[in-house]
Design a protein around this ligand. Structure first.
Ligand code: TYM
Length: 342
């Protein structure tokens, strides 16, 4: 069976971009592949973080995975820091990766620029932690939104480099099994909603870190909050609703969101909403969002009320992940010439 790995950072609340760009596709994949979904808590400290918030957000994220339809009897759900191999492999990868590769990362450049301060080293090396998340499990596919594509490319380059430097016959000579150390993974980016845009600016990505909460729909927003955000979202003065008009990014974004939460085709959405004004479309979108999120929120309430249950799922997930990750990690150590632990 092919293996699938993905994760979300427990910083702030999970929003519609994370859901439509990534989590929603995880749900379909768990029936086809062996799946591992992590809450990437080590990633959440690359920028200054609130200590209590991290604990809370980590459990909230795991509960939301389940609420969105990830079934712990099919998929492994775990917390990244519960599997020490992630941090260990990151060090090994950081020693074989040229700084110039990391300096090219768009997210690093943007975040460093926005912060305006001397940012932590972890912000630069962060893509190697992500590469470790993926490579430790010999993953075939990594379902992510568009903004992670560059990190996936880097992961592939790092995997190739390690395979080339330490794999193959060299490793065999050392008494290892030879061949590839890492499988080279592929990104799986959805066709629609790979980049969900902000409600207040159709040219900016919906993001957890945008200062205004009005720019995003969080999965745990109440019906009133959703109605208010849609009411106040940015519109334009053109007539009717349409997909794909570059001059109307807000319109394309909201129609795409509507399409995804209703499960309709583009043609069906156009037949239904093509002639609508913004005033007519907004309540339709609001109702669809509320209807889609309600069952998720109900399950979330049930799951998060039972911390014991949630923690036991995370413990099971970590136990399984540790076994898989350790096998890869020991192979990397062996191929790089480290004396085995006995
Ligand atoms: P993060 O936490 O920023 O986002 C989690 C997932 O949501 C996607 N996403 C979006 N998709 C569409 N539209 C948006 N506006 C939007 N915003 C976010 C992201 O592409 C991502 O799939 N480094 C990663 C997390 C990570 C990871 C991994 C992912 C760590 N290790 C291993 C896959 C495999 C991140 O910061 O995602």
């Amino acid at each position: 069976k092919k293996r699938v790995v993905s994760g979300v950072q427990p910083t702030g609340s999970i929003h519609l971009g994370n859901y439509l760009g990534a989590i929603k596709s995880w749900v379909a994949l768990q029936d086809l592949y062996e799946t591992l979904f992590l809450v990437v808590d080590l990633h959440a400290i690359t920028m200054p973080h609130d200590v209590e918030q991290l604990t809370k957000s980590t459990r909230t994220s795991a509960a939301l995975y389940i609420a969105c339809g990830i079934d712990p009897t099919k998929a492994s759900i775990f917390v990244q820091s519960h599997v020490p191999a992630h941090a260990e492999l990151t060090w090994l990868l950081s020693c074989v990766t040229p700084i110039s590769w990391l300096n090219k990362m768009i997210q690093f450049k943007e975040k460093a620029r926005k912060s305006g301060e001397d940012v932590g080293t972890g912000l630069l090396t962060y893509p190697l932690l992500m590469a470790s998340d993926i490579l430790l499990y010999q993953s075939d596919l990594v379902p992510v939104g568009e903004d992670q594509r560059q990190h996936l490319e880097l992961t592939r380059d790092v995997a190739d480099r390690v395979n080339h430097l330490y794999g193959g016959r060299k490793w065999k000579k050392l008494g290892g099994r030879g061949g590839k150390i890492f499988k080279v993974p592929e990104a799986l980016v959805p066709e629609t909603c790979a980049r969900v845009m902000s409600l207040t600016d159709g040219t900016a990505k919906m993001s957890k870190s945008a200062p205004s909460d009005l720019s995003r729909i969080n999965l745990l927003d109440t019906p009133d909050q959703i109605a208010n955000k849609v009411k106040r979202c940015k519109t334009d003065s053109a007539l009717g609703m349409e997909f794909g008009n570059e001059e109307r990014p807000e319109c394309n974004n909201l129609l795409s969101i509507y399409q995804q939460v209703t499960g309709k085709t583009q043609q069906e959405v156009i037949a239904e909403c093509g002639e609508m004004s913004w005033g007519q479309f907004k309540p339709v979108l609001t109702d669809a969002l509320i209807a889609h999120l309600q069952p998720i929120q109900k399950t979330y309430d049930e799951v998060s009320a039972d911390v014991g249950y949630l923690d036991s799922i995370l413990a099971d997930g970590a136990a399984k992940a540790n076994l898989l990750a350790d096998t890869t990690l020991q192979n990397v150590y062996s191929a790089m010439g480290f004396v085995p632990r006995t």
